[in-house]
Design a protein around this ligand. Structure first.
Ligand code: ZN
Length: 131
């Protein structure tokens, strides 16, 4: 079990993660491809917002189930509530102090296939498309 302090760039948002992190992911959906963060999956009980919750801004798209939070001042993505596992957060490990991403296995997450937006997603996805 590791314990890390996390913050956005300007320091307005501070949080703590206490979790067993077994892998890091980078996702290729149209949002993650742009923000480019390495992420760790943690249960909601393992993430505590310690300061600056009012500085967080919510971004939602696609099915509008996932909740992507970022600091309204510095724009840094801190964490998001996951769509496929809404009781879990994806955490931007770049926000964690003294976190060494090279110490963890890396997995490329197949987020593009999950996209239900028309014109996105891979041909292999059999789910519905939304405009
Ligand atoms: Zn900030």
């Amino acid at each position: 079990m590791g314990v890390w302090s996390g913050s956005c760039h300007c320091g307005a948002v501070r949080f703590r993660v206490e979790a067993e992190i077994d892998e890091l992911t980078r996702c290729d959906c149209s949002l993650c491809r742009r923000r480019g963060a390495l992420m760790a999956r943690v249960h909601e009980r393992q993430l505590t917002i310690e300061a600056g919750e009012e500085h967080l801004t919510l971004y939602q798209w696609n099915t509008r189930v996932a909740r992507h939070w970022f600091c309204r001042t510095c724009g840094i993505y801190t964490f998001h509530r996951k769509r496929a596992a809404p009781d879990h957060y994806g955490v931007n490990v770049g926000c964690l102090e003294a976190f060494d991403p090279t110490a963890y296995p890396f997995r490329a997450a197949d987020g593009l296939t999950m996209s239900v937006r028309s014109g996105e997603g891979r041909a292999g996805w059999s789910g519905p498309r939304e405009d």
